[in-house]
Design a protein around this ligand. Sequence first.
Ligand SMILES: Nc1ncnc2c1ncn2[C@@H]1O[C@H](COP(=O)(O)OP(=O)(O)OP(=O)(O)O)[C@@H](O)[C@H]1O
Ligand SMILES: [Mg+2]
Length: 243
Amino acid sequence: MLKINNLKVSVDGKEILKGVDLSINEGEVVALMGPNGSGKSSLASAIIGNPKYEVESGKILFKDENLLTMTPDERANKGIYMAFQYPVAISGVTVREMLLTALRAKNKEIVVSALDLKNAVEKEAEKLHINRELLSRGLNEGFSGGEKKKMEILQMRVLKPRLLILDEIDSGLDIDALATIAKNVAEMVKEMKMGVLVITHYQRVLSYLAPDKVAVMKDGLIVEQGGSEVVDRLEESGYQSFE
Ligand SMILES: Nc1ncnc2c1ncn2[C@@H]1O[C@H](COP(=O)(O)OP(=O)(O)OP(=O)(O)O)[C@@H](O)[C@H]1O
Ligand SMILES: [Mg+2]
């Protein structure tokens, strides 16, 4: 579904990704691990098309289409969704308004009813134990870290992406919240064959969201790919055993 080939990316003229190869199939969970500053979030930014991340060479294909010629909006409309390491607040826009706009942009032919959406949002909020009061506040405005992350998952459940990128959803979440979210994601992988790129430093999230593949990034390159044994090796001896 997603194929990244020899991808080189720079920011402000500094090369950050130095030839990354990575692929994600439908219904596959791929974990991306690596030391701080190795380029994991930069790779995510390049996939969603953040213009700060300049692609110098290489390819990103999504369902055999070239993502690199698409705007971030076009990529989102293809079903690529990213939950951010640090979600931003959108003042004065509720989650429902945000979702209505996104769904209408995505399905131009189908009429998305505001009432249906309201019901869907409330149902998902209940499942995720999100306080209803948060639904009528500006998105992420004054939300706690955990509330922001839960709201990201709610958005994802309503938008039903084809490819989900999770950048450190495990930082700042309490153990129960992490379990809820990871299980929700695992459910969506099963139900709709969503592909997932999960960026993390810790084994815990991967115990709920069993990865089919684990890739280790170091200094802008994927230096190792394997199964869950890679995570065990990391837990045991850290990154110095990967070159
Ligand atoms: N927008 C930016 N402007 C300047 N430098 C950047 C930018 N984004 C990334 N970098 C640099 O690129 C390198 C990789 O950063 P990146 O955020 O991708 O690392 P990471 O692997 O996600 O790290 P962490 O585990 O700490 O989240 C770092 O040296 C960082 O300072
Ligand atoms: Mg990061």
